[in-house]
Design a binder for this molecule. Sequence first.
Ligand code: ATP
Ligand code: MG
Length: 602
Amino acid sequence: MANPTHSSPADAGAAPTPTDFIRDIVTANVAAGKYQKIVTRFPPEPNGYLHIGHAKSICLNFGIAREFRGRCNLRMDDTNPTKEDVEYVDSIQQDVNWLIEDWADDRLGLKPKGKTPEAITVNGQPDFYLGPADPSAAAVEPFYASDYFEQIYQYALQLVRKGKAYVCDHTAEEVDKMRGAPEKASEPSHYRDRSVEESLDLFQRMRAGEFPDGSRTLRAKIDMASPNIWMRDPVIYRIRHSEHHHTGAAWCIYPMYDFAHCLSDYIEGITHSICTLEFEVHRPLYDWILENLGLPRPLPHQFEFARLNVTFTVMSKRKLLQLVNEKIVTGWDDPRMPTISGIRRRGVPARALRQFAYNIGVTKRDSVTDVAVLENIVREDLNRHALRRLGVLRPVKVVITNLPEDHVEEINAINNPEDPAAGTRKVPFSRAVWIERDDFMETPPPKYFRLRPGGEVRLKYGYIIKCDEVVKDAAGQIVELRCTADLGSKAGGPTANRKVKGTIHWVSAAHALEADVRLYDRLFTVAEPDAEGDFKKRINPHSLETVAAKLEPSLAKASDAERYQFERLGYFALDPDSQPGRLIFNRTLTLRDTWAREQQKS
Ligand code: ATP
Ligand code: MG
């Protein structure tokens, strides 16, 4: 096979291929001919939905595979039967595919034929082979660490036979206590010098289900005096008599993360195993296991980068689960959640999320990224791609008294000023239109350029109107505004060039579509909700407001694949809960960053 070369496929947003310390290492490895093919993986544990931090990791791992013409495996890191579930497996697969589907070329993330590795012999030792990528695969399909349980068990038996692992009868609490702390001495297991035969027998009987949960573990025999406590004879297998979402009742012993992860990487032929910084201290163990099994090279290597943190949100799956369970949000895909499914439902395009992941970069320094960085990237993307539409969120009626009762005309409106190819459309206009309640003030402050008694304003794409009369009900509430239109002021008319200071949006009352519009705002009121104390005390009580809006009739055919800008209001996307005749739109973002403005004021 030819050496892969570092190419720079142009992204949809024309982003240059990023450089960072991990890509520098891969580039050097490729130049040195170290690997035939670069293989990365994204290994979520299916114990929750993916969040924006995972999106960073997905873009990094699939991005490297893409740039270096390699492969990236989506792997369910499913070694803990009690916390995992197929609901999470399905959502993870859906989210990964959504994030990369219009980005991946055909080499990326394709699963080899056959689900389980084939047993082969390498250097006289049992080994495993996954086979070539399946070119008929349509989408990224997950691998499962649990598909390797038999292989991983065989590797554990090898370690026992080599005298490098032993069965320990201490309880979890005893193991913990005896392991000590980095500066505190440890006490070796009383079972450390058990014979190979005895450990072999006990480990096989652990597998056969002879012992209860917690009664025994298998531990690697490394170094009880190591300053790195992860090297102090770590537990590599434990007994868990519980059903597994993927392997059912086949197993009652389960490998620990550290043992399963490096071996899963090895079995899949991963070259660069990229994870977050908290695993740095585990790396010596990762290397120890692979080296002490005497596996043929090249071995996978682990590289660590700083995890993504974002202001105004929490990122841990445990806390996100609390928000879901306590019904603070409507579910994992609530558009206020930092989950990939929530972000998607909010209307953020996958392209913008990838652009964000690229822009923030990959470093070894922990930091918190301002959510405004994400929002601004999304705004820029939507400004380029969203179709402009007219919609009124909080309507008040305007009647144009110098038009006949049955007047209807079609007004020409531009679909996207940023994209002439998007063309124009006709919007119906009639004697009564809805305008935004906020676009009229009876006694306005200075510099208020919208509608006022006796004042003039232009209806976007249409006429200049003048407010002659404010009609109120008995309670003093405004019922309608009676106006006259300058009938020559429409585009092409004799007074079209007459200047008025304000232009406002509108929707013809006779043609308006009723829709629920969900106005989302940040879920938390402070930048670092989990800095100290209870993060749930910092929930923004105004993070969702639903209004009954009036929309231009073309939106009856709105598609969830499109993004819309309701002019002067923000960016909106159709919610999947929409029914024909009862549309629901989610506000992705306002047009400008109102939080920044508020912070400047205070
Ligand atoms: P959490 O702590 O929220 O439960 P996790 O790290 O346990 O997340 P995993 O499912 O184990 O979640 O993560 C899968 C991959 O995504 C890992 O390689 C992990 O390093 C990476 N990852 C998780 N959170 C982040 C983050 N905030 N930023 C970047 N990468 C992340
Ligand atoms: Mg984890």
